[in-house]
Design a protein around this ligand. Structure first.
Ligand code: MGD
Ligand code: MGD
Ligand code: MO
Length: 760
């Protein structure tokens, strides 16, 4: 199982936002969710007179600081962005040189954008033509502009289309690879960038290595274990290369195949046990199903510093184990920030009482299950000059966590973690005061390095790369072109950057492919010795000799090529992003005009998943006319247990509530402070307190997702072991968020649902 919330990494850094002349935010509320990072946005306004533009269905605290605000209808960002592109092309505001040299397929986008006149955009998104024109004009005329997004773009059945079209807007304006530009995704949890980089995803190995046999073999070699041994961990070899269940639909793994449930494809078996490290479980859509799945498991293990409220939700009586995990204050190690920078986290206190850090719990489990040696062996190994993996001389045992960090640096070459040795990361954190917060450049002992060595950090002496795809700096100072990942050509068109685009100081002029053993001599114009040839891996990602990277650094190029950013993804159901209404749209007319994917997706992370058939099965909006928007509060985090267990944080929002416009409330006889029911298309309901608010328009309501402990009107807090109940409990928003999952990542459509409301 893996966490599929959110996707993308920041191309620039929070500090670099101070260089922007315009900032456009799609579906993020950093004043609330990234209040420290948001200070850079405010500084950009103060110092640079940066124009702040916010696109959100709600008037948020971030919107309150904006120069321009568009209150978009949930799930219509694709039309809004095409509306911008329409105006950009119509007025000739696009960066022609950038597009010609570095982009593939912009003509297709231009064609689609031609359809999205301001008039049509206004009809579909609810944003006036004037507002769209004003926003596009201001954003185009103030370059560089940075484009920000977070969960408002991703948590949709078309989340992937949203997160493809946003960079396309940036490409059209030439805002990529620029100081003050880029696409800057405000990531979620502490170290979530590190968690994704480390393969806590259902569809790849650490470092985004795929699940193909070649990648597994690279890891087997790097971990010093037999490939065959690894293979035998699976029921049969073919399961090794298949995606796993995602966190979003783990419950289907338990319920799959029962009447009315989506079918699963899981080697002929349902899931029987659940082990959770650091997820609330009450934060996942379809809580009624989650509860049923929990009730049907044979065993539940919850490793958490608090009582994980999954234990409160279930009726299961036996075989639920609460393991007291230590917090991050009680352990140490490297963590990765939203801008790809590493930091060292030092331990503050020893683990309290009988709690243990996560890794110790995992080591104990590995011992019991009999694979502890294989699990930890990689920390005792190193690469040799001739491209082999050998034991580190004289090393009998590992030191946690330094040796784990060094193992990561050794193995993960795809995203360039080679330079992330533990001693280097510590030195950065220790010398925190020696870096400029805007450029991240180091001074004094840190000269020549950027803070936290933002990846790719190609070698143990490389500077790190604070701005991705910036060809105006030498590779040795973090420069690079776009990555070449999808072959040399498509439909007869070269995927390489044009001859005019070279990375500053590079010996290789113009675009070039990613570097392999086969093409290195030709592309770099060098001759390898026989010894070098023997040591070199097939490509830079699996080259234990690191010779490919070394030769590339000497030539001043990034090993991953200098290619074109592509707007067309020929492997996806929508080759270019197109508008598709959420599966549950409050507007049946729009659902007909802009239907979801015609075909359902079988075996999507092992679960059959519905799209168009469900959307078109009914005029959902007639029965469920109100848009349901969910999101965050500043005093609470995630599933909320950590904060509701704090007296002072809980006191700020002691009860679960719903932001509702008085006009809408009045239609249903709901009073400010009165109770109301919210009903979902799945037949579930929650009872919450109404809170009159003008942040939402009368066609939509907002609920935070930080509460749990109540379920469809029932108070379940009696289930807490004595003395462990938090100060605040309430209904979980995810009991009523609707069915609907992104077609590629399977992120739930928690930002594009509908409901029916009623006075309670
Ligand atoms: N205080 C606090 N901070 C947090 C967290 C927390 O729980 N509490 N969680 C952390 C995590 S894990 C994450 S992922 C980040 C998330 O950070 P954000 O993405 O900023 O969080 P949200 O509040 O869920 O959603 C952002 C905005 O998206 C808007 N939105 C909803 N639907 C749409 C839509 O269709 N289009 C557009 N354009 N906007 C839409 C919502 O109204 C909301 O204002 O925050 C992190 N920071
Ligand atoms: N409706 C709706 N649902 C959403 C979202 C939304 O916007 N709307 N957002 C989604 C997103 S982006 C996210 S990231 C999720 C967040 O949801 P969760 O991941 O469930 O959020 P947290 O509350 O951060 O859960 C972390 C759990 O880890 C525990 N924990 C803290 N530190 C440690 C540690 O060091 N070790 C261990 N083992 N446990 C620890 C905490 O006590 C808590 O129980 O929610 C998702 N769900
Ligand atoms: Mo998140």
């Amino acid at each position: 199982m893996a966490n599929t919330w959110g996707y993308g990494a920041m191309t620039n850094s929070l500090g670099d936002i101070q260089n922007a002349k315009a900032i456009i935010i799609f579906g993020a509320n950093p004043a609330v969710n990234h209040p420290v990072g948001f200070q850079h946005f405010l500084k950009a306004k103060e110092r640079n007179n940066a124009q702040l533009i916010v696109i959100d269905p709600r008037y948020t605290k971030t919107a309150a600081k904006a120069d321009l605000f568009a209150q978009v209808r949930p799930g219509t960002d694709v039309p809004f962005m095409y509306g911008m592109l329409h105006l950009i092309f119509k007025n000739g505001w696009e960066d022609k040189e950038f597009i010609d040299g570095r982009v593939y397929g912009m003509d297709e986008i231009r064609k689609e954008a031609a359809k999205w006149t301001p008039e049509l955009v206004a009809e579909v998104t609810g944003v006036s033509q004037e507002k769209l024109i004003q926003i596009t004009t201001v954003y185009s005329k103030n370059r560089p502009g940075t484009l920000i997004w977070a969960m408002g773009l991703t948590q949709h059945s078309v989340g992937t289309s949203n997160t493809r079209l946003a960079p396309i807007v940036q490409l059209s304006l030439g805002n990529m690879g620029q100081e003050g530009g880029g696409t800057n995704i405000l990531r979620g949890h502490d170290n979530v960038q590190g968690a994704t980089d480390m393969g806590c995803l259902a569809d790849n190995l650490p470092g985004y290595y795929g699940l193909a046999e070649g990648a597994w073999k690279y890891f087997a070699k790097s971990w010093g274990v037999d490939y065959e041994w690894l293979q035998k961990r699976f029921k049969s070899p073919e399961w090794m290369t298949k995606k796993g269940f995602s966190l979003a639909r783990w419950y289907a793994g338990v319920l799959g195949g029962k009447p009315g449930e989506d079918a699963i494809h899981n080697a002929g078996t349902n899931l029987k046990a659940l082990v959770v490290f650091g997820n609330g479980i009450t934060s996942i859509s379809q809580q009624a199903k989650v509860k049923e799945a929990l009730d049907n498991l044979e065993m539940i293990v919850l490793a958490d510093p608090f009582v994980n409220e999954a234990a409160i939700l279930t009726d299961k009586q036996d075989d639920i184990f609460l393991l007291p995990a230590a917090t991050q204050f009680e352990t140490s190690g490297s963590v990765t920030a939203t801008n790809r920078s590493a930091q060292w986290r030092y331990q503050v206190v020893e683990p309290l009482y009988e709690s243990k850090p996560d890794q110790e719990i995992m080591f104990m489990m590995a011992k019991k299950l009999g694979f502890y040696n294989e699990y930890t062996k990689g920390m005792l190994l190193e690469e040799t000059k001739d491209g082999k993996i050998a034991p580190i001389a004289g090393k009998k045992d590992f030191t946690w966590p330094e040796d784990a960090t060094n193992e990561i640096a050794r193995i993960i070459k795809t995203i360039g973690l080679t330079g992330w040795r533990a001693d280097r990361i510590k030195k950065h954190t220790d010398n925190w005061h020696m870096f400029d917060q805007v450029s991240l450049r180091g001074f004094g002992p840190m000269k020549g390095e950027y803070y936290g060595l933002p990846w790719p950090c190609w070698t143990t002496t490389h500077s790190g790369s604070p701005i991705l795809y910036n060809v105006d700096r030498p590779v040795s100072e973090g420069g690079m072109g776009f990555r070449n990942r999808f072959g040399m050509e498509h439909n007869g068109v070269s995927q390489m950057a044009s001859q005019k685009v070279s990375v500053k100081g590079s010996k290789v002029k113009g675009g070039h492919p990613e570097i392999t053993k086969e093409n290195i001599e030709k592309v770099l114009g060098i001759t390898l010795t026989e010894a070098e040839k023997a040591a070199m891996g097939a490509n830079w990602k699996v080259d234990n000799s690191n010779l490919i990277v070394k030769k590339c650094m000497e030539a001043g190029i990034a090993p991953y090529g200098n290619a074109r950013a592509r707007t067309i993804v020929w492997q996806f159901p929508d080759q270019i992003p197109i508008h598709r209404e959420p599966l549950h749209s409050p507007r049946p007319d729009m659902a007909k005009r802009y239907p979801s994917f015609e075909k359902d997706k079988p075996n999507h992370y092992r679960v059959d998943t519905k799209y168009g058939t469900l959307q078109q099965s009914k005029e959902w909006g007639k029965e469920f006319p109100v848009n349901l928007v969910t999101g965050r509060l500043v005093n609470m985090n995630g599933a909320g247990m950590e904060n509701r267990a704090s007296k002072y944080l809980a006191a700020l929002t002691p009860e679960m509530f719903c932001d509702i416009h008085p006009d809408l409330a009045n239609e249903y006889g709901i009073r400010d402070g009165g109770m109301m029911w919210i009903h979902s298309p799945e037949g579930t309901k929650i009872k919450v307190k109404a809170k009159f608010s003008f942040s939402v328009s009368p066609d939509r309501i907002f609920i935070p997702f930080h509460f749990a402990g109540f379920f469809q009107g029932e108070d379940r807090t009696g289930n807490f072991p004595e003395g462990t109940a938090p100060y605040a409990s309430g209904e979980s928003a995810c009991t009523v968020t609707n069915y609907g999952y992104d077609i590629i990542t399977q992120i739930p459509e928690t930002k594009g649902g509908i409901c029916r409301i009623e006075k309670a």
